[in-house]
Design a protein around this ligand. Sequence first.
Ligand code: ADP
Ligand code: G3P
Length: 488
Amino acid sequence: MRYIAAIDQGTTSSRCIIFDHHGAVVSSSNREHRQIFPRPGWVEHDPEEIWANVKTVVRHALDEAGLTRADLAAVGITNQRETTVVWDRRTGRPVHNAIVWQDTRTDTMLPSFGHPDVFREKTGLPLATYFAGPKLRWLLDNVPGLRERAEAGEVLFGTIDTWLIWNLTGRHLTDVTNASRTLLMNLRSLAWDDEIIEAMGIPRAMLPEIRASVEVYGEATGDLAGVPVAAAFGDQQAALFGQTCFAVGDAKCTYGTGSFLLLNTGTRPVVSQHGLLTTVGYKISGQQAVYALEGAIAVTGSLIQWLRDNLGIIDSADEIEALAASVEDNGGCYLVPAFAGLFAPHWRTDARGVLAGLTGYITKAHIARAALEASAWQTREVVDAMNADSKVDLTGLRVDGGMTANGLLMQFLADVLDVPVVRPVVSETTSLGAAYGAGLAVGYWPDLATLKAQWQASAQWSPAMDPALRDRELAQWRKAVQRTLDWA
Ligand SMILES: Nc1ncnc2c1ncn2[C@@H]1O[C@H](COP(=O)(O)OP(=O)(O)O)[C@@H](O)[C@H]1O
Ligand SMILES: O=P(O)(O)OC[C@H](O)CO
């Protein structure tokens, strides 16, 4: 029997998971890397540390399962999106730390690139610090001599997928889902957009070739010598694929540090009128791309970490459920975690967090409850935007990620969305998606229908809230959101 390995290079850690033919986890290994904060608002990673960690977790995952590279039919990659690396083509050494998706250093540069409507229409994205293009431009402007070297073809740009594929195979490629997060790719032609790269001042010679997500890019060298590198997806798109959201209207939300809801909109991109991102969901080689609408929420699981680390009202994330369940309701308090402004659907950088409705009655248990409810209400805002944009009402939501261990939150989510919420057996949906892509590319699995048949629910929550209560609570939440605006 042979296996598929998935490399999941995330914001806080790198992971390798090995899957068998049924899509079950055989072994896994995880390693964190340093978060580098040179100034307020700046976030960097060391690309060489990331690559070293990736090699380590691959070795450990193989060892734990008692396997060698010869047992692998293919390897797939999934990664934190938007994070930007530039390296020397000859030596392979990065010219600077990677600039991470959360980094806001490009804030003041954005207006000089042109009108935001042009970017939204061509790339599906708002002109924001979140995406890779502005980060690349910052490097070109701030690393001495970089622009000249880029124009001479001596240095290469990549998001993390590109950095890993380069190190694994020596090829300079990106997958189309990652490319769709650069602000540089035309959403319809799926090619770098000449007008945009000129407006942003990016030399074309440093850009990777854009490829499908499911395709053999080449054979790995080193520890994985001979193993085909056969898929790459941004992590949220990989979760969409791993949740087998292959039909128009299928949606998933991943609840980790932040939360990302993606809705499959089929082979036609839907440009949002309601603050969502239009992105490529996946592309299988030789087939049309499948697009998605995305609601990106910056703070969900990290709010629970904040209650633990900054307020000390819990000792570990999993304690929050019992604390929140010790009271009947939120006691009238609402917590809007606009710690760094609000992402979808508001995109307000001037917002800051609010704890509203405080009275002498409120205890830490009510605050814990309000913190959990905040994840659900933020999802509700994104779902309302999706329904308005896509004209297809969501009929159910597949969930994954660390927060889905919390049954109280999952029930509240079903209650406020008024649709069933379903969690699959394999909670590592992001890695599973990368494995599925790689397995499809090499014929390990024959087709999407086979993958779909492997998906199994482990838990489901059905809406049970009185509609009048839901409406009242939603109105209170919206009022609390208004209180966050125009603060910073
Ligand atoms: N039982 C729980 N209830 C609520 N939040 C939780 C629980 N367990 C973990 N979390 C939150 O989930 C997040 C970790 O999820 P994970 O999917 O591993 O995230 P990421 O991939 O973004 O690192 C943390 O932010 C943590 O606070
Ligand atoms: O690495 P994660 O799971 O925090 O995901 C980050 C997203 O890809 C950012 O867009």
